[in-house]
Design a protein around this ligand. Structure first.
Ligand code: MG
Length: 312
């Protein structure tokens, strides 16, 4: 097996000086780790993870994200047709200047309780959001939070809206998806006054997430599973990937804090089975850190995945 030294030499990256010294300089060593040994790894970041620190200086913050090694970002914070103080075009330029590609975005519609009467208003919102997101250059647009669902019928109406949103996005060449927290794994029945027990082993009612999966069109709606929140909802991501193959092309890779440190998340198995069932992109999400900055936290997450043999 060739050594790292032989490998570098073959690529012409080992300088005479470092050969004489018998070691690779720290600068070269750290550069080689990202740009050569892991050249094929595309690791994305949901920018909510660095929210307050990024907001403090967006151009510098985006550069920091790229410097860590992230290649793609998923936006959070689009509203009023802008990203904070920046227009769509300005923000895209800042990202590109930093060396980042905006591939996705989280977008919240203005209403939480969907009815037959406000479906038109919701559709109008998505038409505008989709138009702006074509300009951002994203592939995907994702709703990150749960509308009001108290009954099975509510879940079916929400699914109908999701299908419509998917149609609007598809017409513009984007994919529309839904991102979960833990509440989606609560169960509902036909009767709002008799909510089902939340515990999945008490098999009464149906999980809201299952109702969404079963009542949306796979050609129009994908699911960006947040694997940490699924586990917090007492659900097994692996079981979902196998049962609904192809519906989870994108994941949120999240842990209680920095990835891989809690022991709660079986990331090797999650990646293995997700890849087998159609995973092609993922975004790191970070919350819950203590005693470090958000940028230090997302650096820790990046290093974990970049060094992980189970991440392609
Ligand atoms: Mg998430």
């Amino acid at each position: 097996m060739e050594t790292k030294r032989e490998f570098l030499k073959k690529l012409g990256l080992l300088t005479v000086g470092s050969m004489v010294a018998g070691s690779v300089s720290p600068v070269l060593a750290s550069k080689s780790k990202n740009s050569m040994f892991a050249a094929g790894k595309s690791i994305g970041l949901q920018i909510y993870s660095v929210g307050r620190e990024l907001t403090a200086d967006v151009p510098a913050g985006l550069k920091k994200i790229a410097d860590i090694g992230y290649k793609t970002i998923e936006l959070a914070g689009y509203g009023n047709r802008k990203m904070g103080q920046y227009s769509v075009e300005e923000y895209r330029k800042l990202a590109e200047d930093a060396g980042l590609k905006i591939t996705g975005s989280h977008v919240n519609p203005p209403v939480r309780a969907y009815t037959k009467d406000n479906m038109g208003e919701i559709a109008d919102f998505w038409k505008v959001a989709v138009e702006d997101h074509v300009k951002f250059g994203v592939n995907t647009i994702v709703q990150p939070s749960l509308p009001s669902v108290k009954t099975i019928d509510d879940a079916k109406l929400v699914s109908e809206v999701f299908n419509k949103n998917g149609e609007i996005a598809k017409a513009a060449g984007l994919k529309w998806g839904y991102h979960n927290h833990n509440m989606e794994f609560n169960r509902v029945t036909e009767n709002a006054d008799e909510p089902a027990p939340a515990n999945p082993w008490m098999k009464r009612g149906e999980a809201i997430y299952d109702l969404f999966l079963n009542n949306t069109d796979p050609g129009l709606v994908f699911f960006e599973m947040d694997v940490y929140w699924a586990v917090m909802g007492q659900a097994d991501p692996i079981e979902y990937f196998r049962k609904h193959a192809g519906r989870f092309p994108i994941l949120h890779i999240k842990d209680r804090a920095v990835l891989g440190e809690s022991g709660m998340m079986n990331f090797p198995k999650i990646f293995e089975v997700a890849y087998e069932n159609g995973l092609d992109e993922f975004f790191v999400e970070l919350e819950g850190i203590q005693g470090m900055t958000q940028f230090e936290g997302v650096k820790g997450c990046f290093d974990y995945l970049n060094n992980a043999p189970f991440v392609k």
